[in-house]
Structures are given as structure tokens and as C-alpha cells.
Design a protein around this ligand. Sequence first.
Ligand code: MLT
Ligand code: MN
Ligand code: ZN
Length: 278
Amino acid sequence: MRVRILGSAAGGGLPQWNCACDGCTTARRSGANRTQDGVAVTGDGTAWYLINASPDLRTQLLSTGDLDPGPGRRDTPIRGVLLTTAELDHTIGLFGLREAERLDVYATPTILAALPAVPILRRYTDLHLHELTGEPLTLDGGLTVHALTVGAKRPRYADPGRGDAWVSALRLLDQRTGRSFVYATCLPTWTDAFDAFLAGADVALLDGTFSTEDEPARAAGLTRTPRDMGHLPIADALPELRHHPGVRFLFGHLNNTNPFAAGPAPVDVAHDGQELLL
Ligand code: MLT
Ligand code: MN
Ligand code: ZN
């Protein structure tokens, strides 16, 4: 299995267009650039799936040669999009895929029912929706995907609707090699269910939005804490990692207030364009 980090920042990216915080200012000066969270994954090197579709998706696709179209004029190696939340930083990019001849979207029933992009995209492309319910689903290229609901934080634009499976972690298994990748960039708490879901994975991309519980207050004067925002800080996840010595952990979805986004980091932080071989 190959996993390509398309973007490694939280909503807004780094730097964020209207932000003059220390992190964004440093990034502007140094040229550091992180686009918004998402990855591409393949089992056979031919059939690719996107996990999340950020507002930066066009730029991300154009800088990833493996995702170039062809040989037919409208052929694309992208077989579908797996969504882990319905938040705008994970879903705006769906609109940019409207030129597809066919588009397959995988998400929980809660997310599929809420997404503004769904009724709109139906008018542009042959849209196929696939429900992630907790049962494993077979994908092209020898992959299997399994979803675990990890949070119930509803996007601000959405009304209460079909259930509360708003935030998922995904586990992708390469049936040929037995290797697996866990994607959990929005993780409100480290539950026993998540711990079991993660056990035995080869690589896990975790929630790196905030470094510590007091970061939003210190860096941006916010009263809302990482937990209020549905993001377990890195410092609070670290003790849990020791129980999984065989897993390679990386942190993604870094907020621009996170000092590890633009500076040195004591943990393994994902970078745009990085490729992980499992
Ligand atoms: C999040 O990751 O918590 C959301 O993307 C926040 C937001 O965009 O409002
Ligand atoms: Mn986000
Ligand atoms: Zn900033």
C-alpha cells in the first residue's frame, strides 16, 4: 500500500489567508506552506482513493503525478473519495471533482445526508454514494476499508439529521500484504474502541491539530479548548502511543497555531507530498 500526504494542515491551511498569528507570520517569511488535510491511497499503484477532499484539492492533485489522468481523455486513477467528516475543510474539494464522468463517495449515512455537495453534484456527474456503517467494504486495487465513528461534532452549517456519526476514523487494509493504515486526523478522545481499532496497524496518521490543551488560548486568545473543538492535543495522545510499539505514528491536520506546523517538532509530523510505503 502507498499513502501520499496531499495536505497536512487543519482548516485554513498554513499560512491562513487572513491570519497574522506568529505561526502564519513565520510561515509567510520562511515560505512554509501546508495545504489542508487529505491523503491519497492505493493498494496496487493503479486504483487510488482520496481520503477527504480539501479546498486545496486541485493544487494537491496537480502536484501528484500518480494521480494524472489518462490514457483516455477522461480516464483518472481516482476511484473514489472517502470522507471522515462533513466539515468544509474536508469536503469543499468535492465541488472541484464535478467534471468527473463518475464520482464515488464513501461516508457515514449521517454525512451523506448532510452534505450540500450531494444534491449539487448529482446535476454535474454520475454520483454514487456508499455508506460506511462499520462493516468492511471492498475497494479496487485490493484494499478494504473499515470505519469507526469516533466523534459526534456536527459542522456548524448542518442541521441535526440522520444519526450522529459525524466523525470517523478509517482503517485501510491491503489484502495482498496484510498491511494496514489508520487515518484519524479528527479524534476527540482516545477511547478503548479506538485503541482496539488501531491495534496492529502499520502506520497511523493522527490528530495533530493542537500541540497542547492551552495552545488556542496562548496562541490566539481563544476560550474554546481543543476538546471543545473535537481535537485531542498531541501531548495527550502521546502516552497512548506507548501501548502500540509496532505502529508508526504521524500527526496531520496541524492548525496554524501549532508550533510544530512551521517549526521543529518532537514528534513525527506529516508533510505535504510525503509518501508512506506500507
Ligand atoms: C475541525 O477540524 O474541527 C473543523 O474543520 C473546524 C471547522 O472547519 O470549522
Ligand atoms: Mn478540520
Ligand atoms: Zn495563523
